[in-house]
Design a protein around this ligand. Structure first.
Ligand code: SF4
Ligand code: SF4
Length: 471
């Protein structure tokens, strides 16, 4: 620091003045974390935006319908481009398995990344504290306000804040209910007091839940209520790369003295900025803490301090305990746990891709009539009866054509004209196959029903059935 400019020195002095404000979270006081720009803060906003885009999806239109709609009575689930029908639910199980294992892999490798960047609770707390900062000012001012005795100004500002929080909570509740019904009709129903009792109950539950969890409890939810904080202990190992303070480089920590180079001190200047920005009030210099949600904001804070004292970044960085202790670290692909997770993830991923490739807008299933299996007509030909179940997964009514293939001389009766298939529904149709007696080479022969959209032949499906006759 001997070559530090006077402006850098002033910045460091300002940090020390501010550091008197910060102390470790014991749950007695509300945490008012400082917001600082940085690479991980940017990443956090990007991650939050994608989650918010999904959560508020009901307000967007996609292909002429609500972008996110879980239409339970209609048994259709729309998520932007994807429409899932009950027949495709097996794929949803694979998607859930894939994400569950991915969560385990990411936690093993990089700690609670989900908590720090994607968790509903973390994102809403971020929104609530952002509003709080706009109304009550910087963390230092908020702490002062919390300690000040009640007067008119304090009551007004606190009332405004809580009112705003309740409005955000209500908006969250309505938006969640809108996942299951038409969003614009829902708002009308709420405003005209004609919403159903279920809609009112879910709205009340979500409003109260969001207000308490994100506004009142905040980081205490991560400390005391979230089971994932406890589960992560068995997922992490000494090779997990998590935000870590490099004590080799930082210790012995010591405050910079004006105009002096402090010989023998480490790089940590004990400015407490890493504690100041921590949304859960953890001091990462004490080692891994179950309150740490791996948001990496302390990395941003410490890097900015290192800039001020002309030291390289990375005093706090993503690092493993073993690497910090100078022990050899196994490459990723040699860790048994990572390999097992990867195998399960690959299998479920292959299943999902298979499902996506085979999902088509049209699907046909064929049931062969059992009573009787066949009849012989007066002209000697053999007739089989079938029930076709045609599923139209698209959002529009379609004209579809059914043909039969694979049997020479077979005649399809009942499907001479194209069928009109309603959107998002399974519709049954009865058809007959007739085959001249002399074409019956065996008592049971395969036959294929082919379904094709008249205007959209690229939407098609095939089903193998049997044609039965006398021995
Ligand atoms: S680790 Fe970095 S941010 Fe934290 S007190 Fe030390 S120098 Fe300051
Ligand atoms: S210690 Fe660092 S990584 Fe952990 S929660 Fe606090 S700021 Fe985020």
């Amino acid at each position: 620091m001997s070559e530090a400019t006077s402006s850098q020195r002033k910045e460091v002095d300002a940090l020390y003045a501010e550091s008197q404000e910060w102390k470790i979270n014991t749950g007695e006081e509300t945490i008012h974390a400082k917001r600082m720009p940085g690479a991980f803060r940017r990443l956090k906003w990007i991650a939050a935006s994608s989650w918010l885009l999904f959560f508020f999806g009901p307000y967007l239109r996609w292909n002429g319908r609500q972008a996110v709609l879980f239409d339970i009575p209609g048994r259709q689930y729309h998520i932007f481009e994807i429409t899932i029908l009950p027949q495709d639910v097996w794929m949803l199980s694979l998607v859930l398995l894939f994400f569950a294992i991915m969560l385990a892999v990411v936690t093993t490798l990089f700690g609670r990344v989900y908590c720090g960047f994607f968790c509903f609770q973390t994102i809403w707390v971020d929104i609530f504290t952002w509003l709080e900062e706009k109304l009550e000012g910087s963390p230092a001012k908020r702490k002062k306000l919390d300690k000040a005795s009640w007067n008119v100004d304090k009551i007004v500002v606190k009332l405004k804040k809580h009112l705003l929080w309740i409005l955000v909570s209500m908006f969250t509740g309505v938006s969640f209910v809108a996942w299951f019904t038409d969003v614009y009709q829902l708002w009308i129903d709420y405003f005209t007091l004609t919403a159903s009792s279920t809609e009112w109950s879910v709205l009340a539950l979500f409003t109260v839940g969001t207000y308490i969890m994100a506004g009142v409890l905040r980081e205490q939810t991560c400390f005391w209520l979230c089971p994932y904080a406890r589960i992560q202990a068995v997922m992490l190992d000494r090779e997990s790369m998590i935000p870590t303070y490099d004590y080799n480089r930082g210790e012995p920590r010591g405050r910079l003295k004006k105009g002096e180079t402090v010989e023998g001190n480490g790089d940590c200047i004990d400015c407490n900025q890493c504690v100041a920005v921590c949304p859960t009030g953890v001091d990462i210099r004490h080692g891994l803490d179950e309150g740490c949600i791996t948001c990496a904001l302390c990395i941003d804070a410490c890097n900015s301090v290192m800039d001020k004292i002309d030291k390289p970044h990375g005093l706090i960085r993503y690092e493993s305990v073993d690497a910090l202790e100078g022990k050899p670290v196994l490459p990723l692909m040699k860790r048994p746990r990572v390999l097992v997770y990867l195998v399960i993830m690959t299998l479920s991923f292959v299943g999902i891709i298979y499902g996506l490739l085979n999902i088509t807008g049209l699907e046909i299933k064929v049931l062969h009539e059992r009573q009787p299996l066949f009849v012989q007509l007066s002209n000697g030909s053999i007739q089989n009866k079938y029930e076709l179940k045609i599923l139209n997964k698209t959002n529009e009514q379609m004209t579809v054509r059914v043909t039969a293939e694979g049997l020479e001389g077979v005649e399809l009766v009942g499907a001479e004209e194209p069928f009109v298939s309603p959107p998002g529904k399974v519709a049954p149709y009865t058809v007959y196959l007739r085959l001249p007696r002399r074409a019956m080479k065996e008592s049971s022969m395969p036959v294929y029903f082919k379904l094709e959209g008249v205007e959209k032949p690229e939407l098609n499906s095939k089903y193998e059935s049997m044609f039965l006759g006398p021995r």
